[in-house]
Design a protein around this ligand. Structure first.
Ligand code: ZN
Length: 412
């Protein structure tokens, strides 16, 4: 979703309501006084599944609504000693509306209080996005076609491909801008002044444009609160770069969220290294060695199982017509040659079932006489699946070993 739009300092509607956007003057405002202009029951709410909700419009607010892909501010409104949680902040019919579960009488004075930790985190993510998108535009000529800032993830979409190497290079550069601690500016230029600026914007804007300027790095039309100095972003981290609708989607984190993410990742790596009895930098080599060891062990196990199976096969008296043997962890070509061995020694139906009662069996069955009646029996009684043609068939069956053995005894 594009994240820039008309930015008037005071919004107006057909009925003449206006809310002063305090976050334009001061993105760091945590508390404010305001009076309630209107309070309306939100239609549709008030059912068992959806408790009553009220939309409160104030004459001024520091709450930034859900807008341009950014999640809304959280906080509370206190009126006459009662504190109500602000459950949501939406632009409804062009007006910033604070959603609560209790009505407040119009004219009441309220004290607004923001969850500033949440707000500041959004400022860190959004400002970092501007810096990165500015570089993607100036270096790679790609535009930012989507921005999503929720409480769980932050994504940026671009109009063309960005390689992992390019992303890493620009990521470092964004961090250097952060460490330079550049001051930002937000301005409302006149139409004439606007012509002087070369700025990024996802759409044509009719009304007053608000420009967010990081001098030397980026100028973008945007209505959201931003950090005053880039140093407040702290750190910027790209988590992934994925192909997305002909371009790329990049997952990112900045500031405290990036810090917590890196702390978690580090804990996982440290614990992995500890359980492998090695150091963090040796984890990849250690895992590669374990993978090779496992593969070798599987191979040896398979050979041992085959030797056991062949010993079992050799022990079946040649006078016995039907033979049914069980094994586990064998490859199909091995099963086929074992069945061939049995068919040379026994005139009836010879089968090997590879697997176990819990996850089922893969089978190979052969006979120089009649293998198809066994196939039919397996399908009819045990819902086995499979195919093949005489003298050998194969497939899968989910049944117990004794049920399978009974079929071979039954058909003697
Ligand atoms: Zn923006």
């Amino acid at each position: 979703m594009p994240h820039d739009h008309t930015n008037t300092k005071t919004q107006t509607s057909a009925i003449g309501l206006g809310t002063e956007k305090l976050y334009y003057d001061d993105a760091y405002m945590r508390e404010f006084e305001a009076s309630v202009l209107t309070c309306e029951h939100i239609s549709g709410s008030g059912t068992d599944a959806d408790p009553s909700r009220y939309g409160i419009v104030l004459d001024r607010t520091a709450f930034f609504p859900e807008e341009g892909g950014q999640s809304p501010d959280r906080g509370s409104l206190t009126a006459a000693g009662t504190t109500l949680q602000v459950l949501d902040v939406q632009i409804r019919n062009g007006i910033i509306t604070h959603v609560t579960d209790t009505p407040i009488v119009p004219g009441t004075q309220v004290h607004g209080c923001l969850d500033f930790q949440h707000r500041f985190s959004n400022m860190q993510q959004h400002s970092a996005e501007h810096l990165f998108s500015g570089l993607v535009w100036s270096r790679l000529g790609l535009t930012n076609v989507g921005f999503h800032l929720s409480d769980t993830e932050v994504t940026m979409d671009y109009s063309g491909s960005v390689s992992a190497e390019e992303a890493a290079e620009l990521e470092l550069e964004v961090n250097r801008i952060i460490w330079n601690n550049t001051e930002s500016r937000q301005i409302f230029p006149t139409k004439e002044e606007l012509n002087e600026y070369s700025y990024r914007s996802k759409m044509d804007i009719d009304g007053q444009v608000r420009l967010v300027i990081f001098p030397g790095s980026d100028i973008c039309a945007c209505c959201a609160p931003h950090v005053a100095r880039t140093g407040e972003i702290g750190v910027f981290r790209i988590l992934s770069v994925q192909s997305h609708r002909g371009g790329v989607r990049i997952h990112m984190l900045a500031g405290e969220r990036a810090f917590h993410y890196l702390t978690r990742e580090n804990a996982i790596l440290t614990e992995t290294a500890r359980s492998l009895s090695t150091s963090s930098d040796q984890v990849p080599a250690r895992l590669e060695k374990l993978r090779a060891d496992l593969s070798e062990t599987k191979h040896l196990l398979s050979e041992a199982r085959l030797a056991l199976l062949m010993k079992e096969a050799a022990a079946v008296p040649a006078s016995q017509q039907q033979v049914c043997l069980f094994s586990e962890g064998l490859e199909e070509p091995v099963l086929r040659s074992a069945v061939n061995y049995l068919m040379d020694r026994h005139s009836g139906v010879c089968g090997i079932f590879n697997g176990n009662d819990d996850s089922g069996y893969r089978y190979v069955i052969g006979s120089h006489s009649d293998v198809l009646s066994m196939q039919k029996l397996l399908k009819d009684t045990l819902q086995a699946r499979g195919g093949g043609r005489p003298p050998m068939i194969q497939g899968q069956v989910h049944a117990h070993e004794d049920e399978i053995r009974a079929l071979f005894e039954f058909s003697v």
